[in-house]
Design a protein around this ligand. Structure first.
Ligand code: UT7
Length: 363
């Protein structure tokens, strides 16, 4: 039994926050943010939008694309660092909103590597025959835990959600291999210090701004540059492939310089590496499924192609999955110009056919 990606979907909030907007809030500039990170803008959830509501939107799109009804879903896994509540899980809220009444549901916390972890867990469940259809979601409302007075972090993050539907089947291809890793000794490099059982909410935690993301940016940068190529090579080795076989590498979208470094290390040309960082910033567990969804929509993946999703993040955690794409390329809806051109051709063909018919009737 192999696990195949049969549907994909994404949701990003409408509200755009540009670098210039941020430059009015903290001591930064568009130039600094673009050159150091590659980010130009990010999406910010409106009031009322949450990790669960965005996850539901992405999931609906993925299920519709797959032609799978909510009632067919056996398990829902939501990877997130920004759940609606500590409990119940965001996955349970999604299960209820979708009406996926048969599905088991749980959240998975692996920071920005969350989606890769969730996908690997779902694949193992499918391959073991425990479930047939899994809904795997990465969804984040990072804007709610971002310190908008800290220029070191507030320029990096954005909100959004991405989802895939996995289904077991006898065909070759699908998810070929996965590799998951962790090093808890780096836990304090990227964390949300308060709000858990170690440091529950108090006047002190609020006044010290401990409910916001704290990050040692340079250390995380060095870690990311090291683990992306390592995890990519390992997942390829487990699938019996080499970097030359990669059609598209989808790295966690955290920093353009991290992506460039991985590209150089793996000797991949830019067209083989997906990058939508400039539009969305770092959306943590949502970044890879949103990027995967856009890559498919752009026609960058077709049957037989090899796609590698590789993530890294809080924990520290890192991991990768290798997929042999088995779905057909999407047929793009015609643009207005193409539609008008087709209409003119059709009219010309009809006119010529009517002329011939008239000539035939007269003679
Ligand atoms: O999802 C996984 C988690 N996160 C990451 O992957 C993040 C990994 N790290 C990074 O992407 C980078 O380390 C950052 C983008 C966060 C920072 O870039 P950097 O090149 O490592 O800058 P830095 O922290 O070494 O800071 C350089 C300077 C500092 O000034 P001084 O001390 O040299 O005078 C900072 O105070 O840049 C200053 N700085 C800023 N200046 C303008 C830091 N943030 C900003 C800012 N605007 N937003």
């Amino acid at each position: 039994m192999r696990a195949h990606v049969v549907g994909w979907g994404k949701y990003v909030p409408d509200r755009v926050l540009t670098n210039d907007d941020l430059a009015r809030m903290v001591d930064t500039s568009d130039e600094w943010i673009v050159t150091r990170t590659g980010i130009r803008q990010r999406r910010i959830a409106e009031e009322g939008e949450t990790t669960a509501t965005m996850a539901v939107q992405a999931a609906r799109q993925a299920l519709e694309g797959a032609g799978v009804s909510p009632g067919q879903v056996d398990v829902i896994i939501v990877a997130t660092a920004t759940p609606d509540y500590l409990f119940p899980s965001t996955a349970c809220l999604v299960q209820d909103a979708l009406g996926a009444t048969r599905a088991a549901a749980f959240d998975l916390a692996a920071g920005c590597t969350g989606f890769v972890y969730a996908l690997a867990v779902a694949v193992a469940m499918v391959e073991a025959g425990a479930v047939r259809t899994a809904l795997v979601i990465g969804s984040e409302t990072l804007s709610r835990i971002t310190d908008w007075t800290d220029r070191n972090t507030c320029v990096l993050f954005g909100d959004g959600a991405g989802a895939v539907v996995l289904q077991g089947g006898p065909d070759d291809g699908g998810v070929l291999s996965a590799v998951l890793s962790a090093d808890g000794s780096g836990a304090d490099l990227l964390m949300l210090p308060a709000g858990g059982s170690r440091l529950p909410a108090s006047h002190h935690t609020v006044s010290e701004r401990l409910h916001f993301i704290k990050m040692q940016g340079r250390d995380v940068f060095r870690f990311a540059v090291r683990v992306i190529p390592t995890a990519t090579r390992e997942v390829l080795r487990r699938a019996g492939l080499s970097p030359d076989d990669i059609t598209l590498l989808i790295p966690h979208q955290a920093n353009g310089r991290i992506i460039e470094s991985a590209m150089k290390d793996l000797k991949l040309p830019p067209e083989k590496v997906y990058n939508n960082l400039e539009r969305y910033g770092n959306t943590s567990a949502a970044s890879i499924p949103v990027a995967l969804c856009e890559a498919v929509e752009e026609g960058r993946l077709g049957p037989g192609d090899i796609v590698i999703c590789v993530g890294f993040g809080a924990g520290l955690t890192w991991g990768a999955v290798a997929i042999r794409w088995t779905r057909p390329r999407p047929v793009a809806a015609p643009t207005w110009r193409q539609f008008l051109r087709r209409l003119i051709y059709l009219w010309a063909a009809l006119r010529s056919w009517l002329r011939r018919l008239w000539w035939w009737i007269r003679t």
